[in-house]
Design a protein around this ligand. Structure first.
Ligand SMILES: Cc1cc2nc3c(=O)[nH]c(=O)nc-3n(C[C@H](O)[C@H](O)[C@H](O)COP(=O)(O)OP(=O)(O)OC[C@H]3O[C@@H](n4cnc5c(N)ncnc54)[C@H](O)[C@@H]3O)c2cc1C
Length: 376
């Protein structure tokens, strides 16, 4: 069996690792010229942790654990007001990892570097999948340079704007969640840490103010310092800072880093001094404007030799902290399904159908709940 994977992000790389472990040939086609620089924090639960454990070789799984954040003091999402007063706490979505590393966070780029390690020869960067043709004999994909590639199965792991999903399931719709979001990083210096409200020693912190500005933030400091021997670029300790200004006042997609930094600063002018200091310290070149969107659930489709994984089929609000976890879980369960088919235990479309049914059962309830805040 040869599996074609469109997209080398969180889910696509994990699937490629899982298939390698299962002895199944695969090729990943990733549009970007390499792993994207920068990165943000990913909150990890046992769906993601177990997905990685199932797909990665032991040494890389161990590296994932070592490069993750130590277990926070209280393993909850804290919601506070702009003066740093706690308003509520919420349990994280998804099951806990083991007792030593129940819920944790990782730096997205480091996780992708770990997942790329050892499968570099299976990943073709700078290759965009633009379409495919599926027949009883397999699937042929077309790349942006006109090249064709043939396999037995095609997996759409190409994110929320998935070109493969648009062809495969053209009725699937997306909806806007938040139009103006500014993602950024601020160095975690001792002075910043001392000034921050206490809740930052817990897991993620959501801060809201009466004007409607929202900030989501979390600390990243790995369990063990990154070393030169690790196949991962060193990352200074940082605070992941994502601000949704009540009114940005400018077109954030046309603005420069310093202009965006001004928008962030203005949005928190009357906030707790530690939060203002945090935003002051944001590195302008890390600020990334974004509109967050989600995929709307759709009716079940007939399974076959094309399937979908991760954000391509169930992109959800980042605030749930579950999109990457779900993509990793998909990768592990699709690996099992494809292994069963490759070994002749079951027909390919039956195996893919079982995977898809479980994937929809796990993620669609979350999407339906999130739809109540989405802007169709
Ligand atoms: C700010 C923010 C915070 C988040 N926090 C969390 C969190 O705490 N926990 C959590 O679980 N999730 C979180 N998420 C969600 C998580 O990042 C995504 O759900 C996850 O990355 C989805 O993985 P994926 O592999 O499906 O898609 P992606 O990781 O987006 O990968 C898709 C890949 O496909 C490539 N691609 C696109 N089109 C093509 C094409 N036509 N051909 C070839 N390649 C293509 C892209 O370049 C990309 O590399 C967060 C998201 C954001 C934005």
């Amino acid at each position: 069996m040869h599996v074609l994977i469109a997209g080398g992000g969180v889910g696509g790389l994990c699937l490629a690792q899982g298939l390698r472990r299962a002895g199944i040939s695969c090729a990943v086609y990733e549009r970007s010229p390499g792993l994207t620089p920068g990165g943000y924090l990913l909150h990890m639960n046992a769906d993601g942790g177990n997905g990685l454990r199932a797909c990665l070789p032991d040494d890389l799984y161990d590296l994932y654990v070592r490069t993750s954040r130590p277990t926070p003091r209280r393993d909850v999402l804290v919601i506070q007001n702009h003066l740093g007063h706690e308003l509520a706490v919420k349990p994280h979505l998804g099951p806990s990892n083991d007792p030593v590393t129940p819920h944790t966070t990782v730096h997205r780029r480091a996780l992708c570097q770990i997942m790329l390690h050892g499968i570099e020869d299976r990943v073709r960067f700078g290759r965009e999948v633009v379409g495919y043709r599926s027949t009883a004999d397999g699937v042929t994909i077309e790349l942006d340079n006109g090249e064709l590639a043939h396999g037995d199965v095609l997996v759409a792991a190409d994110g929320i704007n998935s070109a493969v999903r648009r062809q495969f399931l053209p009725d699937v719709e997306t909806a806007v969640l938040v139009r103006d979001v500014l993602l950024s990083r601020s160095p975690l210096t001792p002075a910043v840490e001392r000034a921050l409200p206490d809740a930052f020693q817990d897991s993620f912190v959501i801060t809201v103010d009466p004007a409607g500005t929202l900030m989501a933030a979390g600390l990243f400091r790995p369990r063990h310092p990154f070393t030169a021997e690790m196949p991962v670029d060193a990352v200074e300790d940082y605070v992941s800072v994502s601000v949704e200004p009540a009114a940005a006042g400018i077109d954030i997609f046309a603005a420069s880093g310093p202009e965006l930094h001004d928008v962030m600063r203005k949005a928190v002018t009357d906030w707790h001094p530690g939060l203002q200091q945090l935003v002051d310290g944001v590195l302008p070149d890390t600020i990334m404007p974004k509109t967050t969107r989600m995929v709307l659930p759709t009716d079940p489709w007939s399974p076959g030799n094309v399937t979908v994984l991760g954000d391509a089929i169930h992109a959800m609000p980042p605030m749930l902290g579950d999109g990457a976890n779900s993509a990793l879980r998909d990768a592990a369960s699709l690996t099992t399904a494809l292994s069963d088919a490759a070994r002749g235990y079951t027909d390919l479309s039956v195996a893919v159908g079982r995977y898809e049914e479980a994937m929809r059962a796990r993620t669609y309830p979350l999407l339906r709940e999130a739809m109540t805040v989405a802007d169709a």
